[in-house]
Design a protein around this ligand. Structure first.
Ligand code: KG4
Ligand code: ZN
Length: 343
């Protein structure tokens, strides 16, 4: 599997990060990210209208900074890759409009990229040769997604397990809110968990006997009950550690089931929750024990970024795919290429 022959510009604006990246082959020359987290924090979540407006303000400064970081000029770019699905429609439109304008003005090809495919292919930052890791089991864990995917090639993805309710990142975020740790709370929970005992509180692990589903909504209820019952006695660090432990166990057990079923030699961990140190350590140790390769991008490429969009787009461009710059549309939900359902 090869990369597009010229530098590719990547643009990501599907949720609350405005990001512009430039790659050359699999080399990431620049990856600029403007996060809106501070702005959304005061509302306790992402406000779509505010997100769109912030993307409009950030997109050109990010482009300028990405060019400066890469040392390239606009005319050195060979193609543009942009997230066009799934995500907040207003937010996606900002990135897609910018990408179309660049494609037309510079007369270079355009390619629309599925956000989840971007996360899946973020592992190209640590293993540029996709064919060397196929077939692969990939755990996609973020604020909006919890999916275990089997990847057999570009656009050949099969969802083996998905969540019935909350995403893993949502479980972190909701518990963090109950503990007054702010939004988003994954990083804050994991910091607090460092000084806590993961066995302090017994928390539910979701659906155990159903290999095709995760469930994390019971965790939020259990945390709420503990916060209400324990009051002043609550061991906050113990609860953070126990919650993190429950999420990691639920993810690891399902992964191990599918690993024993599918005989793949590579496991990948991607998405914002993949920035979690304890989860990385647990899966890394488990994969070593199972004798399979474990791939995880650096934390900066786990959370939303345009480098992963450029990498995925580059493979598709090299395969001859193009999007029409006058017609590329945005979609709030969309099937992951190769899978029959909407995400
Ligand atoms: O991929 P991402 O940036 O955005 C989505 O597409 O959702 O993921 C954001 C999610 C949030 O739920 C956040 O709490 C979680 O990733 N997250 C973490 C950590 N860093 C970010 N969860 C656990 N531990 C972390 N260190
Ligand atoms: Zn994401």
């Amino acid at each position: 599997m090869t990369y597009f022959e010229k530098p590719v510009l990547g643009i990501e604006s599907s949720c609350d990060e405005t990001s512009v990246a430039i790659i050359d082959g699999a080399n990431i020359l620049a990856n600029q990210v403007a996060s809106q987290i501070e702005m959304h924090r005061k509302w306790g979540g992402v406000v779509p209208e505010a997100a769109s407006r912030a993307h409009v303000e950030a997109i050109l400064p990010m482009l300028t900074e990405a060019l400066a970081q890469s040392g390239l000029r606009l005319h050195d770019l060979g193609a543009v890759a942009v997230t066009n699905q799934p995500g907040l429609v207003g937010a996606l439109s900002v990135g897609v409009s910018a990408a179309k304008a660049l494609s037309i003005a510079l007369d270079i090809p355009l390619i629309g990229v599925h956000h989840l495919e971007g996360h899946l292919l973020s592992i190209l930052s640590v293993e540029p040769d996709l064919s060397a890791c196929l077939p692969m089991l990939s755990l996609v864990v973020s604020g909006g997604h919890t999916e275990l995917v089997r990847l057999d090639g570009l656009g050949r993805a099969t969802i083996l397990a998905e969540t019935l309710d909350d995403a893993a990142g949502e479980a972190f975020d909701k518990a963090a809110r109950l503990l007054d740790l702010g939004y988003p709370g994954g990083a804050a929970i994991s910091k607090l968990a460092e000084s806590g005992d993961p066995k302090r509180y017994a928390l539910p692990l979701g659906v155990r006997d159903d290999p095709a589903h995760f469930s994390f909504s019971g965790l939020k209820t259990a945390v709420l009950r503990l916060v209400q019952h324990e009051g002043e006695r609550l061991d906050r660090a113990g609860l953070a550690a126990s919650l993190q432990h429950a999420i990691i166990e639920a993810l690891t057990r399902k992964l191990l089931f599918w690993l024993s079923e599918s005989r793949v030699q590579t496991v990948a961990l991607v998405g914002g929750v993949a920035a979690n140190t304890a989860l990385r350590a647990r899966l890394s140790a488990q994969c070593a024990r199972e004798g399979v390769r474990f791939l995880v991008p650096p934390p900066s490429l786990c959370t939303d970024n345009a480098a992963m969009i450029a990498l995925a787009g580059s493979l598709r461009l090299a395969a001859g795919e193009r999007s029409d710059p006058t017609e590329l549309d945005v979609f709030p939900s969309a099937p992951l290429p190769g899978s029959p359902r909407d995400y």
